[in-house]
Ligand binder design. Sequence first.
Ligand SMILES: Cc1cc2nc3c(=O)[nH]c(=O)nc-3n(C[C@H](O)[C@H](O)[C@H](O)COP(=O)(O)OP(=O)(O)OC[C@H]3O[C@@H](n4cnc5c(N)ncnc54)[C@H](O)[C@@H]3O)c2cc1C
Length: 473
Amino acid sequence: MGLNLAKLSGGTTAISQEMLDALKARVRGIVLTDHDEGYDAARSVWNGMIDRRPGIIVRCAGAADVMAAVDFARETGAVLSVRGGGHNIAGSAVCDNGVMVDLSPMKSVRIDPFARTARVEPGVTLGEFDREAQSFGLVTPTGINSTTGIAGLTLGGGFGWISRKFGLTADNLISTDVVTADGQLVRASEAESPDLFWAIRGGGGNFGVVTSFEFRLHRLGPEVMSGLIVYPLSQATDMLKRYREIMAAAPDELSCWFVMRSAPPLPFLPQMVHGTGIIAFAACYAGPMDAAEVAMKPLREMGQPIADVIGPHPFAGWQAVLDPLLTPGARNYWKSHSFTTLNDGAIATLVEYAGKLPSPECELACAQLGGAINRVSAKATAYPHRDIGFVLNIHTRWREPADDAECIAWARSLFESCKPYATGGVYVNFMPEEEKDRVASAYLGNSERLAAIKAKYDPHNLFRMNQNIRPTP
Ligand SMILES: Cc1cc2nc3c(=O)[nH]c(=O)nc-3n(C[C@H](O)[C@H](O)[C@H](O)COP(=O)(O)OP(=O)(O)OC[C@H]3O[C@@H](n4cnc5c(N)ncnc54)[C@H](O)[C@@H]3O)c2cc1C
């Protein structure tokens, strides 16, 4: 067969053709090695910087396949990685020369419109989920890019346009099915294995492979008041100070994020603005249109914008509105800070760096949190950041490897300059691969309990391709 699978990384057992055949015979999905068609597509992820080659990819059709793949990795000692939507910036979905559990074929979404719940498999993207849920006028809060996987997003916490109203994605979990390191399927909910249920709501993929998510749903849509208000970057400081005041008094229904970048050639922006520095406020109201008009009025009266395209839009469409700027394949390097509030120093630093972007696709994106997210105790779930108002994501994005050094240096410098104003905590889903020394900042005061639960469910750290929680010895 010409394969040398004996050298699976981390492996203690040489992989023979018989072992591979036995794995293939056990799974309902597809087992790929680097000779097979589909191998390169299966190993490619959103961030074009990630180029890893797993020894074996198990494209799972269901929970039984996940159990088979987990058994195989555990028994052979091979490194194991888990892929949901493949969006993680660190590329932790893909391992080099180990076993990759690819959940992306698991696409079922079952909405129960009467109970207002959803059963979702881990290969589902946010857009696929919204399409099903919105057919029934229902939502659960997720993220702002429709091709992101619901699995990784939920396990890290998950927030987007309607989270101030409805909480984190993880806050809307009712139960999950989890394949743990021993290859067994465990139901985790408030009633069953509550320690595991606590840990997976913010503790990432450290505890097992989730094969099914059950979510609570809420009524919203089909249209929401939403849109962008755009100003020249030269007015960013003034606008951010007004925005800060307005949002401090805003109802939970209203969320407004901002992005500073070079203006893309969007049809509603005059051509002369394209390529110049802008600040765009992106607002969404999770409630009735008449209340939205009132709540958004102060934001729409901050000054004389270049464009104001606030209006009723289909919720599912608004959820995908930034997709054209976030397509897969580009080189990406992210850094993130959390802020309780945006003080003048933070605003000045952000505006300064927005004036020296190293590539036309780089942006400083700032999410507004608070509301329902922060009314949950920091100890109630593994996600600990219940006191922050804003999350900065430095989206450094470019095309040519030759520009790596300059782009990464800009991101690191901005990150360092913002440090004095930040909380020190970090959202686990926005961490690049290199930030191993910052993992404790992701879990904060929940780190110790997480390590103890890790020791119970994964004592040998089989699930370590993530922002890793080491099991308590
Ligand atoms: C363009 C873009 C926009 C984003 N916007 C937002 C946003 O608005 N809000 C937000 O909260 N986040 C956002 N994110 C971050 C996103 O939440 C993370 O990248 C998340 O990890 C993506 O999940 P995934 O399933 O696509 O990733 P993958 O790369 O497939 O998985 C990431 C990790 O999650 C774990 N994992 C995945 N599936 C499972 C599973 N079923 N069981 C156990 N572990 C699993 C594994 O450790 C895996 O390595 C965004 C990311 C990108 C690239």
